[in-house]
Design a protein around this ligand. Structure first.
Ligand SMILES: O=P(O)(O)OC[C@H]1O[C@@H](O)[C@H](O)[C@@H](O)[C@@H]1O
Length: 313
C-alpha cells in the first residue's frame, strides 16, 4: 500500500492523513520509529511497523481500498457478528462503517504491561438508521488504539448498551499477521484445546499434541484459549505475542491455495505470506444489560524468537 502524505491535523499523539479515497487515516508514531496507521473506514488498523520500519501486518497486493467493504489485511473489527453465524453481513457491519475520532472519551482503566509512554487515538462508532434496521440495538463502541515506545500495539474495545433491552453480540480482532512463509510458521498456546471447525459446519474437535503448523486450509475457532498465544516465524526469527483479555476464543485462518484463487482481493500465492490469528468472543456471545459495558483488549508485540519463552507463562 502506498502511503499518502497530506497532513491535515496534528497534535502530540497523532497525525491525520487522507487515503486514496479521501478517507481519514490516523498515523501514530513513537520516537523509536515504530508506527501504526488506522483507517476511519472500519476503525481498521491498516499498518503496524516496528522501529526498523518493517511491516508486521499483511496487506493483500489486490486489496480494495474502497468503502463499503473492508480491505483485505491489517486488523478489521468483526462486530456485532462473526462470520456468517447470524442474519447480518459477513463479520458484521462495524468493519464497513466510517468511524469518528472521539477527543474526550470516558476514562479507561488499563494495566498495560508496556508502560505509559505511548501514542493514542480514540475512535467511536454508533449505529446508523440502516444498522438499526438490521440489528435493532443502540450501542456505543469505543476503540482505543495505543502504540507504545517499544513498538507494542494495544487495542481496547468497549461496547456499551445504550438500549432499553439486553442484547448479545460476537466480536473478533481479525488480525492478518505478515509471515515469511506459512509452512515455516507455528502457533503455540492452542495445543489440546477444543475447536469449532468452520470447514466442517462448526463441528467440535479437540486439538492433538503439538504446536499448530500449516499444510492445508485452516478455519477454526479455538474455544477457551489462554491469554497469551505465540506465533513463531522460523525464517524471520520473529515471534508475535498475542495477549488478550475479555476474549475467550482464538480464530486461526489461512485460506490456502484453492480458496485464495477464488478471492478477488487476494493474490493466488499470497496465502503463504499471511496468517490470521484473531482474539475473539464467538462461542458464547457477549450479553449486555441496559447500561452495561464490555471491554475486550488485544496487545500485540513482535519479539526475536529467542526472547519469547519468558512471555509464554
Ligand atoms: O472474506 P472475509 O469476509 O474477510 O472473511 C475471511 C475469513 O475470515 C475468517 O475469520 C473466517 O473464519 C473465515 O471463514 C473467512 O473466510
Amino acid at each position: 500500500m502506498g502511503h499518502p502524505a497530506v497532513n491535515l491535523d496534528k497534535n502530540s499523539d497523532f497525525e491525520v492523513v487522507k487515503d486514496w479515497n479521501g478517507i481519514d487515516q490516523i498515523v501514530l508514531k513513537v520516537p523509536s520509529g515504530a508506527s501504526v496507521r488506522v483507517s476511519l473506514h472500519g476503525g481498521q488498523v491498516v499498518s503496524w511497523r516496528n522501529e526498523k520500519g518493517e511491516e508486521l501486518l499483511f496487506t493483500s497486493s489486490k486489496a480494495i481500498f474502497k468503502p463499503p467493504k473492508a480491505m483485505r489485511g491489517g486488523i478489521p473489527i468483526c462486530f456485532p457478528q462473526f462470520g456468517n453465524c447470524g442474519s447480518l453481513e459477513q463479520h458484521g457491519f462495524a468493519r464497513n462503517r466510517i468511524w469518528s475520532i472521539e477527543n474526550d472519551p470516558p476514562p479507561l482503566n488499563t494495566n498495560s504491561k508496556f508502560g505509559s509512554g505511548k501514542a493514542t487515538i480514540n475512535l467511536l462508532l454508533k449505529p446508523t438508521d440502516d444498522n438499526l434496521k438490521s440489528w435493532p440495538h443502540c450501542f456505543e463502541f469505543r476503540l482505543r488504539i495505543c502504540l507504545f515506545m517499544d513498538g507494542h500495539l494495544s487495542m481496547t474495545s468497549r461496547v456499551r448498551n445504550v438500549n432499553g433491552k439486553p442484547f448479545s453480540f460476537s466480536f473478533a480482532y481479525h488480525t492478518y499477521l505478515s509471515v515469511s512463509d506459512i509452512s515455516e510458521v507455528r502457533i503455540e498456546g492452542l495445543e489440546t484445546l477444543d475447536y469449532l471447525d468452520n470447514l466442517s459446519q462448526r463441528e467440535r474437535f479437540t486439538e492433538q499434541g503439538d504446536a499448530i503448523t500449516f499444510e492445508s486450509e485452516v478455519d477454526r475457532v479455538y474455544v477457551g484459549s489462554p491469554t497469551v498465544i505465540a506465533v513463531l516465524d522460523h525464517e524471520k526469527k520473529r515471534t508475535f505475542l498475542i495477549r488478550k483479555e475479555g476474549l475467550p476464543d482464538t480464530v486461526v485462518w489461512n485460506p490456502w491455495e484453492k480458496k485464495s484463487r477464488s478471492m478477488l482481493d487476494l493474490g493466488d500465492e499470497e496465502y503463504k505470506q499471511m496468517l490470521c490469528v484473531d482474539a475473539a468472543a464467538i462461542e458464547k456471545p457477549i450479553t449486555l444489560k441496559p447500561n452495561e459495558e464490555w471491554t475486550g483488549r488485544l496487545e500485540l508485540s513482535s519479539v526475536l524468537s529467542t526472547c519469547c519463552h519468558d512471555h509464554l507463562d
